[in-house]
Design a protein around this ligand. Structure first.
Ligand code: DGT
Ligand code: CA
Ligand code: CA
Ligand code: ZN
Length: 579
């Protein structure tokens, strides 16, 4: 047997799905896509399940898929994959990643213009050869060119959801070493930026040599890229590069401040220091003239000496935080511990993995007082949206659950689809049954600004909608936001007392930090939700909270910091007022 991890199997299944997509075999594509997703979310290794003869216990995996997975585990290969690969040049798959290029168009480009990869596509677009293909106008050609350019400049930044756990793991292991006084991720990770260029970790120690030795021998270090006297670069098993720097404890605070950044924040801070007769560096803060050191062991020294309050790393972007710190009017940012519940999650009734009970137990373990179950609505076939009849059954199930659950309240909700024509996916009589409603766009992303904005505004004006879910639809590094007049939406939300979501899934973070700040200024409430499709993903909440903090949000700006009674009262009052 070859050993394949769930991630590796999922990746192969996903590629098979891509190839089937090119073929136009929608039905099989979905099966593979779904199987890939299930494997990715699985807490146990498929190889172990297989060895125990329990592959069939993976939810949502049928007999034939079981066979494909077994084949991969046995041989490391897949017959179907090999056959499909022979049908198309591999580069063709890259084309599907260009926004606006579906499988039909990709195939046409291949058949009519012999385009087999991105480079050839770019050349053809520049030479204006694309619009000769039936169904592809000048506009499509221009769109493709722009998408290709964005792709090049966007580069490859890591999601915070990938970088932060990796950095925390290394910092945690280092903290266990006797020569280490402190260890922390710095740079953009510490500022909780949504994407990360590189992973920087700072260590305070008087014995740099011993620490460097220790790093090289950490169990999670796969390869050492560079090892110096105070700086070492290593690769972890996922091939992420991690730079570790050892600092003398007497200057650790100053170094942490410096290497946290941002660069713009540091530049502005140094200007302020100079005006006040000080000099700030990664070694400390010094009084001019004479360069007498007046602080730097602790990070707060740097700010305190300059007459400032210290601000959380999340807002160190030089967008007014230094001025606020000087005038002692920094906001008190919302914290993870302020969150009382989650208002958006999915169960195995639609496209989630876990049943209600499992989701509820996980929510309880997080200390939540409420959890809204918001499975997809009827029309979303891909996500097994709920029919009216199934809704009735689910309501019953939830009522029953609540009778047995004194500490955690489950709200009967829906993530109702805002359809392409602007209608909601359930009629008003149905909508009126829910305790809470999130309305989201899941298709028609390419509509023009006016159409999409009007669609969402209509949802905001529905008396039954409480929250607009993932309001811009972007997927970081994968899909641009749809073209929506977000300010118009925000103004309407403020007027109608509809909240906007920060979807905490690390690839969404939607609203983003900048939007959050705008929402606060316009008086829009924000709901921070994990959009969990499996119980473990309720933990994504923290990424949403980081985004909220980067957007200067305080507890009072966040709907789900309310205790349950107040939340329920608020939802009811609003409904009565508008219904
Ligand atoms: P990244 O890695 O692109 O996500 O962003 P950062 O912010 O982690 O940037 P990085 O890794 O280049 O540098 C880490 C920190 O070091 C940065 O946040 C601030 C500080 N730093 C880097 N270059 C400069 C600079 O030229 N001037 C100043 N004042 N600080 C700098
Ligand atoms: Ca960095
Ligand atoms: Ca760096
Ligand atoms: Zn959604």
């Amino acid at each position: 047997m070859v050993s394949m991890t769930n991630k590796q199997i999922a990746a192969v299944l996903d590629e098979i799905a891509d190839l089937l997509q090119l073929k136009g075999d929608v039905f099989r594509e979905r099966a593979y896509r779904e199987a890939s997703r299930r494997l990715d979310m699985l807490s146990q290794q498929a190889a172990e399940l297989y060895a125990a003869g329990k592959l069939h216990s993976i939810p949502g995996i049928g007999k034939s898929m079981e066979g494909h997975i077994a084949e991969l585990l046995e041989t490391g290969r897949s017959q179907r994959y090999e056959e499909l690969k022979k049908e198309f040049p591999t580069g063709l798959l890259e084309l599907l990643q260009v926004p606006g290029l579906g499988p039909k168009r990709a195939r046409k480009l291949y058949e009519e213009l012999d385009i087999t990869n991105l480079a050839e596509l770019e050349r053809a677009a520049k030479e204006h050869r694309l619009h000769s293909v039936p169904g592809m106008g000048e506009k499509t050609e221009a769109n493709i060119l722009r998408a290709l350019e964005r792709r090049l400049t966007r580069g490859r930044r890591l999601l915070l959801g990938v970088a932060l756990p990796a950095a925390e793991q290394v910092a945690g292991l280092l903290r266990g070493h006797p020569a280490v006084a402190a260890a922390e991720p710095a740079g953009s990770i510490r500022r909780r930026l949504e994407t990360i260029g590189d992973i920087d970790i700072l260590v305070a120690s008087t014995q740099p040599k011993a620490v460097m030795e220790a790093i090289i021998h950490l169990p999670i270090v796969k390869e050492v890229l560079a090892a110096g006297p105070t700086k070492t670069s290593v690769l972890n098993p996922d091939d992420l590069q991690i730079d570790v720097r050892v600092i003398d404890p007497s200057t650790y605070g100053a170094a942490l401040q410096y290497f946290t950044g941002s660069k713009q924040h540091n530049i502005h801070l140094r200007d302020i220091a100079i005006r006040k007769g000080y000099k700030v560096s990664e070694y400390g803060i010094f009084k001019e003239p004479g360069d007498h050191r007046v602080g730097g062991e602790k990070e707060e020294d740097i700010y305190r000496v300059l007459g400032m309050d210290i601000m959380p790393p999340e807002i160190r972007e030089d967008t007014g935080e230094l001025e606020a710190a000087l005038e002692h009017r920094l906001p008190t940012l919302v914290e993870l511990s302020d969150i009382q519940g989650d208002l958006h999650c999915h169960t195995d009734w639609s496209d989630g993995v876990d049943p209600l009970e499992t989701m509820a137990s996980a929510a309880r373990a997080l200390g939540y007082r409420y959890l809204a179950i918001t499975d997809h609505s009827r029309g979303l076939g891909v996500a097994h949206g709920l029919s009216i009849e199934r809704l009735r059954e689910q309501r019953h199930l939830i009522d029953e659950f609540n009778e047995r659950s004194p500490d955690l309240h489950v709200l009967f909700g829906t993530e109702v689809n805002i359809k392409s024509d602007g209608n909601l996916d359930y009629e008003d009589e149905v909508m009126a049954q829910f305790d809470i409603v999130t309305a989201s766009v899941h298709g028609g992303f390419n509509q023009d600004r006016d159409t999409i904005t009007k669609r969402i505004l209509r949802a905001v004006r529905s008396p039954y909608v409480d929250i607009i879910g993932h309001p811009t639809g972007r997927l970081i590094n994968a899909r641009d936001p749809y073209d929506v007049d977000l300010e118009a939406v925000m103004r309407e939300c403020a007027k109608c007392e509809v909240a906007m979501e920060i979807n905490s899934s690390p690839e969404r973070l939607d609203l983003n930090d900048v939007h959050c700040r705008q929402a606060k200024e316009l008086g829009v409430m924000v709901a921070i939700n994990a959009d969990a499709h499996v119980a473990a993903h309720l933990n994504f909440m923290r990424y949403g909270v980081y985004t909220a903090r980067r957007g200067w949000l305080e507890k009072k700006n966040v709907l789900n910091t309310l205790p349950f009674d107040e939340l329920r009262a608020r939802l009811r009052t609003r409904r009565q007022k508008r219904g």
